[in-house]
Design a protein around this ligand. Structure first.
Ligand SMILES: Nc1ncnc2c1ncn2[C@@H]1O[C@H](COP(=O)(O)OP(=O)(O)OP(=O)(O)O)[C@@H](O)[C@H]1O
Length: 460
């Protein structure tokens, strides 16, 4: 096994030979090149982890010329080899992205230390990058658990709508995942790098909502001792999520309407008009048309925010998602508690048979509370009945084989969705390459994309 691949670019044959021999003895795989053209050729077939680069190279022997080429190489660490007279140049090289420089004549021990540090740091950077990427993909669709037809259709709609700037209204009973859906829309949009700002319209007192949203200027009211930007400003270029929009007071609805029509607003007490570029996603568990009829919600605002409506469905209407959700939340709890956690078969059957009027939020909270009282990593009916005394009579055990098969099928489907999503994202939507990453035939991948109604635009 090699400690890493190094490309040495230097015009002196004797130095190339010597350095190659030192580095090979330290376990590196080394290729050499005498000038920039040869270096480019080497890199097309030898994927170096690090480059050692002399600045004075034929045919021009012009260090500035070599410096200009640095950007091409700096995806990997570049260590500059210099004569003493070139110190300033070496510093310029660092400013241009080189990792370090070493003066000639080169001390083999120093060279070894510098190379090792550079490679370690480079590896950490790469791993960090991968983790960030992974986290990004994990924040979108993959947090949306469920393989019921309702969830499959929702996932497919989210993928289609997310890249557009269309306004979305998410409706559905409390705790059914309206915020999770809204976040997925944001994560998959071109605004994903900008903030997702969530405002609970019912939780902020009416008289504060305007200054919270629009901000205020110094002197706008007692206590306003300096300018303060509002949540709208924080959401600029990103997504503004107005949760429970049905609870927004009527005077505020008028002001929001103006923002949506004109893309501008005035901070409280301010005369300067501010421009804003946000995508609006609203959510409600109220029946907005009914509120419009009762005069509690402005009809013009309703049509402005409506755009496309997505309905989240009560958990009782998609019971096949319960095992998966349980598994997902158990894994989260396991990570928090640092110990394995499982439901015994009677406890699992109790969870599967309940109606969950509070939907996913209730399921999650219940699981969390019984996990907190359970001992030894197994949640049993005894734990559940401590918190839900009515539970014992209702519980019936399901044979282990049945509970396992109940869990297995949806879990496999969810895993497939996850892996396919990741492969499609990694390959920029190229189905042939994604299929090969997944070890599937192209046809096999197409079938699965269709089955889960997953759509991905091919990137240019
Ligand atoms: N499909 C899902 N996959 C995983 N977790 C979910 C899903 N849907 C909801 N949850 C979880 O359930 C809880 C409630 O979800 P969320 O807050 O999105 O519901 P909501 O419909 O917006 O509720 P409310 O109307 O009360 O604001 C959250 O902890 C959320 O992470």
């Amino acid at each position: 096994m090699t400690n890493g691949r190094i490309l040495l670019v230097d015009d002196e044959p004797a130095f190339r030979q010597l350095a190659q021999s030192w580095l090979s003895q330290s376990g590196y795989q080394v290729e050499t090149a005498a000038d920039l053209a040869a270096a480019r050729l080497q890199l097309s077939r030898f994927d170096a982890d690090l480059i050692l680069l002399d600045l004075s190279l034929p045919p021009l022997f012009d260090p500035q010329h070599t410096l200009q080429a640095l950007a091409e190489f700096s995806r990997r660490p570049v260590i500059i080899l210099t004569g003493h007279a070139e110190r300033q140049l070496a510093l310029d090289a660092i400013a241009l992205g080189a990792w370090d420089f070493i003066a000639k004549p080169v001390d083999p021990d120093l060279l070894a230390v510098v190379i090792k540090r550079a490679l370690n740091k480079h590896q950490l950077d790469t791993e960090l990058q991968q983790l960030k990427q992974q986290q990004q993909t994990d924040t979108g669709l993959q947090r949306l658990i469920g393989v019921s037809p309702a969830m499959t259709a929702m996932r497919s709609l989210i993928q289609r709508i997310a890249p557009t700037d269309v306004r979305v209204l998410v409706t559905g009973p409390s705790g059914t995942g309206k915020e999770v859906v809204s976040r997925a829309l944001h994560d998959l949009s071109r605004r994903a790098g900008a903030p997702f700002v969530s405002v609970h319209c019912g939780a902020i007192p009416a008289e504060l909502l305007e200054s919270e949203l629009f901000g205020y200027v110094k002197g706008a009211f007692t206590g306003a001792d300096k300018d303060r930007p509002g949540l709208l400003k924080l959401a600029d270029n990103g997504t503004l999520f107005l949760d429970e929009i049905g609870e927004m007071p009527l005077p505020m609805q008028v002001k929001l309407l103006r923002v949506l029509q004109e893309g501008t607003y005035f901070p409280v007490g301010g005369r300067e008009q501010h421009k804003i570029d946000v995508r609006l996603i609203s959510a409600t568990n109220a029946n907005l048309p009914q509120l419009v009829q009762k005069g509690l919600f402005r009809e013009d605002l309703y049509y402005r925010i409506k755009g496309i409506t997505l309905d989240t469905v009560a958990l009782a209407e998609r019971r096949q998602d319960i095992p998966l959700l349980l598994q997902f939340f158990l894994e989260q709890l396991q990570r928090q508690h640092g110990q394995l956690l499982k439901l015994d078969s009677t406890a699992l059957s109790w969870f599967l048979q309940r109606d969950w009027p509070g939907n996913i939020r209730e399921l999650k909270n219940t699981l969390e509370s019984v996990a907190a009282v359970a001992q030894g990593g197994v949640i049993s009916m005894a734990d559940i009945s401590l918190l839900h005394p009515e539970a014992v009579a209702a519980a019936t055990a399901v044979p282990e084989a049945v509970t396992e098969s109940l869990l297995l099928d949806p879990a496999v489907q969810q895993l497939e969705i996850r892996l396919i999503t990741r492969a499609m994202q990694q390959t920029g939507g190229n189905k042939t390459r994604a299929a090969s990453l997944l070890g599937l035939s192209r046809q096999g991948l197409l079938k699965k994309l269709q089955r889960y109604q997953l759509t991905y635009a091919q990137m240019p």
